[in-house]
Design a protein around this ligand. Sequence first.
Ligand code: AG3
Length: 273
Amino acid sequence: MKLIENWFSERYSDNLQLSFRVKDQLLSVKTDFQRIDIFDTYDFGKLLTIDGTVQMAENDEYIYHEMITMVPYYMAEKVPESALVIGGGDGGAALRLLELGLKRIVNVEIDNHVVELSKRFFPEVSKSFSNSKVELIIGDGIKYVSETKEKFDMIIIDSTDPVGPAEGLFSPAFYKNASRALNKGGVLVTQSGSPFYQPFALKKAKKGMESAFSGFKTYVAFIPTYPSGFWSFTMNPTGSRKLDTVKTGKYFNKEILEGSFKLPTFVNDILRS
Ligand code: AG3
């Protein structure tokens, strides 16, 4: 008989948290940047958390990773061939970009431990790093975009929440530098948090985007392991290209490409304020 039940909880507010029942805690490490934990959960498979916040679960990572890559891929004015991923140390965004046929991907992750642990515990996701089309740079994405001479068709900011190490990735200065590294007609997209629990994240992303481009576009997805289960992404506005067919993912499809830009009133209100 099992007498002890173990749970990992992410706290959303003082009065609410989401708890995952865990079989085991596989690892806990404090790096120079953050604390990383890996759990083996009953319902979502292996779970990666950073500073107590869920980053990736085996059983629903496809939603986040499809939505942060496939939507912008089809919103670009030309078929994208190159991409810069900032963050994304698990390799999940790079993996989906490879599946879309991109020829060159530069992935700048600040914390080597995220990459190493993902290789160890999430080999199916992080296998992208062994593809020769992917160049992995361990370094500061903020510094990288301010120095690089290279230009990309897509820039994907796959960051943690805008508190702590990722805060600078939501600043107007960062968006300005990043926009300089974007080819004409290209797409820059960032994860912009839970509109319900983190309206400040969405507002910051919107402001940053507006400071560097002529406006912004926000789209949403259902992600069960993230706060409120309802997540937002924000990108620069683009012209459209003619799309003959659109790949169908496990979450993404042709209807989602259009429908995910239709926002509830409370989200429009955040974006207007
Ligand atoms: N990066 C964004 C996760 C943000 C989740 N926030 C939270 N749980 N409070 C995900 C990394 C996947 N490549």
